[in-house]
Structure formats: C-alpha cells, structure tokens
Design a protein around this ligand. Structure first.
Ligand code: NDP
Length: 263
C-alpha cells in the first residue's frame, strides 16, 4: 500500500483526498490519500518522513517551505520557487509544481489569446505567469500593493499597483489570481478599473473554485465567457497523480476517475 496526503493550514476543506482516492479506487491502485494539518511549515520534511508517506500535495501557506524541503527539484519548480507536489523516492524528496501546468491547460479552451492581465501577485500568480510567458502569452500584473511586485519587475513583467495603472492597451483575458471573493464578497480590483478592462476582454477567469465570485458576476454582466478554478484544480491533481503512480496511467485514464469528484 502507498500512502499520500495533502499538507496545509487550513486543510479540512480540501477536495484533494476525494479526488485522489477516486483515482486509486477506480484504477485499482493500492493507495490511500489523507489530509494533514501542518501548522509549522518548517516541519514539513520531518512530518512527511515520520508519517511514512510516499507522496504529498501542499496547499497554502506551505508551497515555499515545500520548495525548501526538497532534495531534488524539477527545473520549473526550481525557477518559480514553489512546490505543490512531492514524491518520496528512496527517502529523497522530489518536488514539482503542477499548479502552473494545470492552469495553462485550464485556459487552453480560450482561443486567440495573447495579452493577459493578472489581478494579483501572490504565489499562484508567480508560477502561472512564468508558464504563460514560456508559452507565448504576454502577461501584465496588477496588484493591490507594491511589495509583491518587485520579483515580477525583476523578471521583466509589466507590473502596476491600482494607483499607477495606466490602461494603454486591451487585454484578451483577465484573470483573478487573488483571494478576493474566496471568503468575502470583494472584487480583486477597484470597480472603476474593472469596468475599463473587462469590456474589451475575450474572456474572464477566476482561480477560485466552487462559487461565483463578485469578479465572475461582474464579468458575466458584460456577457463575457467565464470559468472558475475547478479545471485548474482538476488538472493539477491529474498531473500530481501521474507522479504519484509513477506514470503507470495516462492523463485521460486518471481524468476519467478524478473528475467524478466534481459532479
Ligand atoms: P497569496 O496569499 O500568495 O497571494 C494573495 C494575492 O491576493 C496577493 O496578490 C494579494 O495582494 C491579493 N489580495 C488578497 N486579498 C485581496 C483583496 N481583498 N483585494 C485585492 N487583492 C487581494 O495567495 P495564492 O497566490 O496562494 O492564492 C491566490 C488564489 O489562488 C487563492 O484564492 C487560492 O484559493 C487560489 N488557488 C486556486 C488553485 C486551483 O487549483 N484552482 C490552486 C492554487 C491557488 P497584496 O499583495 O496586496 O496582499
């Protein structure tokens, strides 16, 4: 039997145990996936090994600690400094970032997209902006405050706060990368700004899943195609599951079982 878990704080709400256990059961893989409330991120490696786990996913707020805990990192995880999937191979921890690839796949349905406006500059924006740029998109970052923008600026992204944002171009896709709307009813940016950028967009996306956020509501009021973060969650989970099961099953086989968690 192989043992897996999600580490996070909070972690009780996570859909990952359901998603992964449906795959193990559906594909007859001898595995079991639980959840672990990790309060101190610095103890991630110690707890992982102590619990005798074969792999974990990591959710907020430990993705950076997870990156630091790994013995080996795949090149993309190394570049973005965040890990959400770890596999134990002979006592060594191998780290991956499947959030970004999952996100890239999730927005693939929107065609003729070049310019993308990110609302938010947190850890998720960090990894997804890199993968989008790798794949030919032009990403601009708009964030509430300045502190998190430094690393984006250093990396060559056009980056603004609400106060210095000048709308000099049209954006094809607007994405809420913040937690605004998750546990509150807030928009991720002032309405005056959103009212200027949404009308010319081809679509609007939110990484928050399982609810219609004020951002998606506003986007729909402009008759824009929208999607929430459910596909991103599903796809990052499928890619993590490929790692957990050592690539014994392909994407479609895993998807057919994991998506049952979203019915
Ligand atoms: P971080 O804590 O790293 O960053 C939060 C970001 O949100 C910051 O840019 C912050 O701005 C901004 N923000 C927070 N509250 C507000 C507000 N009221 N108004 C405007 N901006 C605000 O979070 P993550 O990057 O880890 O996560 C971001 C979102 O992505 C979360 O909602 C999370 O649930 C979601 N997510 C979804 C996944 C999926 O599979 N669908 C996977 C991973 C994450 P500031 O810098 O000014 O504080």
């Amino acid at each position: 039997m192989k043992y897996f878990a999600i580490f996070g704080n909070p972690v009780s709400h996570s859909k990952s145990p359901l998603m992964h256990n449906l795959v193990f059961k559906g594909l007859d893989f001898n595995g079991c996936y639980g959840r672990y409330l990790l309060e101190d991120g610095k103890k991630l490696k110690e707890k992982f090994l102590e619990l005798g786990l074969d792999g974990i996913n990591i959710t907020v707020p430990h993705k950076e600690e997870a990156y630091l805990a790994c013995d080996y990192l795949d090149s993309f995880a190394k570049r973005v400094g965040a890990v959400n999937t770890i596999v134990n191979r002979d006592g060594k921890l191998y780290g991956y970032n499947t959030d970004a690839l999952g996100f890239l796949k999730a927005i693939g349905e929107f065609k003729d997209i070049k310019k993308v406006l990110f609302l938010g500059a947190g850890g998720t924006a960090r990894s997804t902006s890199s993968i989008l740029r790798d794949n030919g998109y032009i990403v601009t970052i708009l964030n509430r405050s300045d502190a998190r923008l430094k690393s984006f600026k250093d990396d060559g992204f056009k980056s603004y706060t609400f106060d210095n944002f000048i709308i000099s171009e049209e954006y094809d896709l607007i994405i809420n990368m913040t937690s605004a709307g998750l546990a509150d009813d807030l928009l991720p940016a002032p309405k005056e700004i959103l009212d200027k950028v949404i009308p010319s967009a081809k679509a609007c996306v939110d990484v928050i899943y399982g609810k219609e956020t004020p951002f998606l509501k506003l986007s729909k009021s402009y008759s824009k195609p929208t999607k929430d973060g459910s596909d991103m969650l599903l796809y990052q989970g499928i890619i993590a599951s490929e790692y957990f099961m050592n690539n014994s099953y392909n994407f479609e086989e895993i998807e057919s079982k994991m998506k049952l968690a979203f019915r």
